[in-house]
Design a protein around this ligand. Structure first.
Ligand code: GLN
Length: 484
């Protein structure tokens, strides 16, 4: 098989070819490694997806092994914030520039244990704070559909790499939308599992009660396959959970008997007309496949962003206290005392958005304000989770557009943090509720992809993947416009 042919295969297709003896995992790795390396070397002419690409022989100096393990030597791109032993893990920050962790994150270790080969680390917003990838210390990532536009964030490098065909699939993380929103803006599939399903051990933390790892893939079958190999309880993460059943390969072709709830709060004002049109078109297809469509109410969802922008900064102000110049990465060269070293290091190491969040979070947690901000936001979070519980008594899934707009222009929202925060209007409620949600591409608006979000109760991953698969087949979205 030629390299060009290899690059057109989904991961599941490549594995089938490997199983049939038509292809070796090392050939797939070699084809993608060459593409990824070219993008990295192209600098400003490339998409800037990668912060590190594996040397020809693989990270540990040995060639990727071809064997009968479930992921058969296939290459995998991994978001920068996953610790990977021997490969830089910088979370998009100057603070961690060149940091080589002494161990590998559980999610990555499970995948490489299942036969995946580490292809590259992907660019991201600094400490996963952002919706456009413009907050990376290593430069913005470009959207392969239109290079004047953002790929979304914070897993922008992972999404752009998969959409452009520079990686067969990738790992990302989602705290308030960082897998789903870039997947939507790049026209691929992105899934945030139930909180706890994937171990957070070795993920450089942003907001620990929200952070969750998940797949970014070309189709739903690949998302199920990648997820199936990363889930499970981990003694190193006390919040990790055992999945009641294994993740299977989705096969549904119909949506007969499936009830989809459309919440008015997340499908009205603020959603672009072209996005709404593509969303409604997908609802029509779902109905043709047998789904019932119902209006539902999530009365507290409009307050999700306000609660999130108290809770996530509060948690990040605590998590990022460890970057003091003593234990990791950057240390400012000062003549002064210890306090001055701490202060200069944090001044030089963090970008503007990270500093904004640390200040917001520190304020929200300060004595006298704790209950008025943090306590109140926690109560709103509970109300949002209860809204979903009530709705799932009458419908199987809640569906919304993933992002209120298509990919926006580079620089368009950088001067106005509030407009940037609105990017996650439709994805943050599910994060606060800890429930699974995925985005599939459902069409184009102004020539740019639109994402369709499906969310369900905790642990409904298998049913959700089945429903998404049936709808994906009926929609027949063509991602060819993004291939480089
Ligand atoms: N865009 C949101 C934020 O900046 C979500 C980020 C994420 O999910 N990591 O916090």
């Amino acid at each position: 098989m030629s390299d060009a042919e290899i690059l057109t295969l989904t991961a599941s297709e490549a594995l089938a070819a490997i199983a049939a003896g038509e292809l070796a995992g090392a050939e797939v790795f070699g084809a993608y490694r060459a593409r990824a390396e070219r993008d990295r070397e192209a600098g400003a002419e490339g998409l800037n997806c990668f912060t590190w690409v594996a040397p020809e022989t693989g990270a540990d100096g040995s060639p990727p092994r071809d064997d009968s393990r479930p992921l058969g030597g296939l290459p995998l791109a991994v978001k920068d914030l996953f610790c990977t032993e021997g490969a830089p893990s910088q979370s998009g920050s100057r603070t961690l520039e060149g940091y080589l962790p002494p161990y590998t994150a559980t999610a990555v270790a499970r995948l490489t244990g299942a036969g995946a080969a580490l292809l590259a680390k992907t660019n991201q917003d600094e400490f996963a704070m952002g919706s456009s990838n413009e907050n990376s210390a290593f430069g913005a990532v470009l959207n392969p559909w239109d290079r004047a536009r953002v790929p979304g964030g914070s897993s922008g490098g992972s999404a752009a790499a998969v959409a452009a065909g520079l990686a067969p699939w990738a790992l990302g993380t989602d705290t308030g939308g960082s897998i789903r929103q870039p997947a939507a803006l790049c026209g691929i599939v992105g899934m945030k599992p139930t909180y706890g399903l994937v171990s957070r051990y070795g993920m450089i933390a942003f907001a620990s009660s929200l952070d969750q790892a998940g797949p970014l893939t070309r189709d739903v079958a690949d998302a199920a396959l990648l997820l199936s190999q990363m889930v499970g309880q981990d003694p190193c993460d006390a919040t990790s959970l055992a999945l009641p059943e294994p993740i299977g390969a989705p096969s549904a072709e119909s949506l007969s008997g499936v009830r989809l709830g459309v919440p008015s709060e997340l499908t009205g004002e603020g959603v672009e007309a072209g996005v709404m049109e593509a969303f409604k078109h997908a609802l029509d297809r779902a109905q043709e496949l047998g789904a019932g469509i119902e209006d539902v109410k999530l009365p507290h969802a409009p307050h999700a962003l306000s609660a999130y922008y108290v809770l996530a900064p509060a948690e990040c102000s605590s998590n990022l206290a460890r970057y003091d110049g003593v234990r990791y990465g950057l240390r400012a060269d000062t003549q002064g005392d210890l306090l001055e070293m701490y202060t200069r290091t944090r001044h030089d190491g963090f970008g503007a958005e990270v500093k904004r969040r640390i200040m917001l979070g520190t304020y929200a947690l300060s004595s006298g304000y704790y209950d008025a901000y943090y306590g109140r936001a926690q109560r709103v979070r509970t109300k949002i989770a209860e809204d979903f519980q009530r709705v799932f008594e009458t419908v199987d899934f809640v569906v919304t557009p993933t992002s209120p707009t298509v990919a926006f222009k580079l620089g368009e929202r950088t001067a106005d943090p509030l407009s940037m925060y609105l990017s996650d209007y439709c994805t943050v409620p599910m994060s606060l509720a800890g429930i699974p949600a995925l985005s599939i591409p459902c069409g184009l608006s102004e020539g740019l992809p639109v994402g369709f979000q499906i969310s369900g109760p905790a642990f409904s991953e298998n049913r959700m993947l089945d429903a998404a698969h049936a709808l994906e087949q009926a929609l027949g979205f063509d991602g060819g416009g993004a291939r480089v």
